[in-house]
Design a protein around this ligand. Structure first.
Ligand SMILES: [Zn+2]
Length: 269
C-alpha cells in the first residue's frame, strides 16, 4: 500500500486532526475505526493517553485504490488542577455506591462506543451554554490531594438555571441522575460522535427524542461532584474523548460556519 507523509500533520493528545481525503473516498480508517468525514477531510481523534510517535490513516477510494497517510502525535503539556470536594463520599464512594457507579459508567460507555447512522451536521456546532470556560479540557485532576482521571470535558461556569442547548442535532441516547456527573444528558450525533452534558439542574428532554440544532435540553446546575454551578461538556468521537473547543473550531472551519466553542473517563468534574 502506498504511504504518503503528510508534511504538516501533527496532532496532540486530546485533540482531533483533519486529514485531507479525495472526493471518491470510500472510507478513512484510523486506529479508532472509520473516521467521520467532513468536506474532504477525515476527522481523526487522538486519545489523551495516546503514545507519542507516528500513526497512519488508511484511505480507501473508488478509483485510486487504497493508500495510507501518516501523521505524528507530539506531546502537549496539560496543567495540573487541584480541587477540594466537600462531600467526601463523592471522592471516595462507599461500598454501597459501587454498583450504581458501575451501572451508570456502563450506560455512558455504551453510548460513547455506539456508531449510528450519519446526521446532517452542516449547521456546525454551537457552544451549549453562555458563560466563561472555568476549566479547560485535559487538566490533570487532583481531588482532595488524590491524583484522579484527566479532565475529559470542558467546564463552562454559569448561574443555576441558565439554559443548556445541544451543540448540534442528534438523538437523546441516555439521561439520568448519575452519582458523579449529576443530572446528565448524552446526545448521539451519528457516525460515532456523541456529546454529554453534566451537573444539570433540570433535564427537559426524554430519552429517544430527536433534537434540532440549538434545542434546549435543560439548565445549568450543581448536581453530582462539583464545587459550584457549571456545565461539564464532553465530546466523544470514535469512543475517544476530545477537546470540545478545539473540535468545534476545527469542524466549523471545515463547514465554513461561525466558530463558536471557546470526564474512568466518563467522569465529569
Ligand atoms: Zn468538568
Amino acid at each position: 500500500m502506498l504511504e504518503l507523509l503528510l508534511a504538516l500533520a501533527v496532532g496532540y493528545p486530546g485533540t482531533t486532526i483533519a486529514v485531507p481525503v479525495p472526493d471518491d473516498v470510500v472510507e478513512a480508517r484510523s486506529e479508532h475505526g472509520a473516521a467521520l468525514i467532513v468536506n474532504g477531510h477525515a476527522l481523526v481523534p487522538i486519545d489523551l493517553a495516546a503514545k507519542l510517535g507516528s500513526r497512519s490513516v488508511s484511505i480507501k477510494t473508488q478509483g485510486r485504490g487504497s493508500y495510507k497517510v501518516q501523521y505524528a502525535v507530539e506531546d502537549l503539556d496539560y496543567p495540573e488542577n487541584h480541587l477540594t470536594i466537600q462531600n467526601k463520599r463523592l471522592v471516595n464512594p462507599y461500598a454501597e455506591d459501587v454498583d450504581r457507579i458501575q451501572r451508570e459508567s456502563s450506560i455512558m460507555r455504551t453510548v460513547f462506543a455506539s456508531r449510528t447512522d450519519p446526521i446532517d451536521l452542516s449547521s456546525g456546532f454551537t457552544r451549549p451554554t453562555e458563560g466563561v470556560t472555568s476549566s479547560p479540557f485535559g487538566l490533570r485532576r487532583v481531588l482532595n490531594g488524590q491524583p484522579r482521571n484527566r479532565h475529559t470535558g470542558l467546564d463552562i461556569a454559569a448561574n443555576t438555571g441558565t439554559p443548556i442547548k445541544t451543540m448540534a442535532p442528534g438523538r437523546v441516547a441516555a439521561s439520568g441522575a448519575y452519582f458523579f456527573n449529576g443530572n446528565t444528558v448524552l446526545v448521539d450525533h451519528g457516525s460515532g460522535l456523541v456529546s454529554m452534558y453534566c451537573h444539570m439542574n433540570e433535564i427537559v428532554v426524554e430519552d429517544g427524542a430527536m433534537l434540532e440544532a440549538g434545542e434546549m435540553i435543560g439548565t445549568v446546575g450543581a448536581t453530582g461532584r462539583v464545587t459550584g454551578p457549571h456545565l461539564h461538556w464532553t465530546v466523544s468521537l470514535n469512543n475517544v474523548r476530545i477537546d470540545p473547543a478545539q473540535f468545534s473550531a476545527l469542524f466549523n472551519d471545515l463547514y465554513g460556519v461561525g466558530s463558536t466553542a471557546g470526564g474512568g473517563d466518563t467522569d465529569a468534574h
